[in-house]
Design a binder for this molecule. Sequence first.
Ligand code: NDP
Ligand code: MG
Length: 394
Amino acid sequence: MSAPDSNLPRRVVLLGATGSIGESTLRVIERHPDHLELVGIAAHSNHPAIIEIANRHPTVRHVALFDGGAAKEARSSNGLPNGVHVSTGMAGLVELAMLAEADIVLCAVVGVTGLEPSLAAIRAGKDLALASKEILVMAGKFVMAEAEEHGVALRPVDSEHNAVQQCLANHPTSDIARVVLTASGGAFRDRPLAELANVTPAEAMQHPNWSMGPKITVDSATMANKGLELIEARWLFDLQADQCDALLHRGSLAHCIVEFTDGAMLTHLCPPSMTFPIQHALLAPLRLPPADDPLKLTESFALDFEPLDRERFPLLDLARDAMRTGGTAPAAYNAANEIAVAAFLAEQISFPRIAAIVEQTLARLDHFDPTDLSAVITQDAEARRVATALLAGN
Ligand code: NDP
Ligand code: MG
């Protein structure tokens, strides 16, 4: 990891600039103009937002829009400042991730699309701030091996993992007994189980604490998000499956509990705003004023923790089983979940069917230890095919 204070401002490429994490990242960058500079931005197709961001940040010289039509619109609209280069497709994302003038790439593209650009950033020796947890779930073995080979430290953006990293400080993995991630419980934490079959996507979007993109908000309601995060933690902190667990914590003020081998437990507190972990990921070890107000210690607040209801949240144990099985099982879990969540959001299936589709996909596939990345990519495609067939009732 390069020393940030010897190289300021840190020049940032932001993949997923128009999303929820993208928006919080822009607030952090705008809070610290002497320390952070945006040099490249990418999105899928939201070209009006990309044009607006590029005009707000004249330091942006490179833009990527995955969708070819949107890239064409951005070029022909004359909205971009003069000289801004527009690229497209996966090649465009990869080009941005390797940008010579960038110090750090923040990947916040939803789903596994960010895998190739993240690997490109690592191979180019960039620091990688990672929000897209699906990448580590699918291909943690290969991403971590590449990071080690290229001497790149991954900087977790996910709030729980960022919290764990801050609690760990310089402790070796051998000092960790257990890492416990907290979960708010999502939109349906108190809904009678019998009603879950009838809940709507709009209701699933009503997260009690966090404002996030649609996919992760559904994942919070099913607890697949915490399942994905346990697998993410396993890779980031080199843990065994049984060292990773989760607890319900309704307030989302404490983001993890790290239990050390001597019984001591550390937690990390901050309000539920992604600007806190994003700022840490972009600037650590530098500590600067936050973009949002920190917790007010002059007001009372509760730190309550409860065991998670395994019956309400079957996707949590399915993730732990996939993690124990290892190999391609977590990739299949993630792929099936992406297909099922998209179907739920499109009102094609009921909420409880999400977990059923994931469970049945995992049961239908053979899981194996992949020897290369292409084997994982093939299994990801196979899991998507099986999950899609299950949606059609086959
Ligand atoms: P959003 O849905 O709000 O935003 C997704 C972003 O990804 C948009 O900028 C979108 O562009 C872009 N995108 C989607 N597909 C592509 C593509 N093929 N090529 C380039 N860009 C693409 O998601 P979030 O910000 O909520 O989440 C992003 C990631 O961060 C996810 O992996 C999530 O799990 C993770 N995360 C999010 C947290 C949160 O608080 N939101 C917390 C922790 C992790 P466009 O606007 O054009 O569609
Ligand atoms: Mg999280």
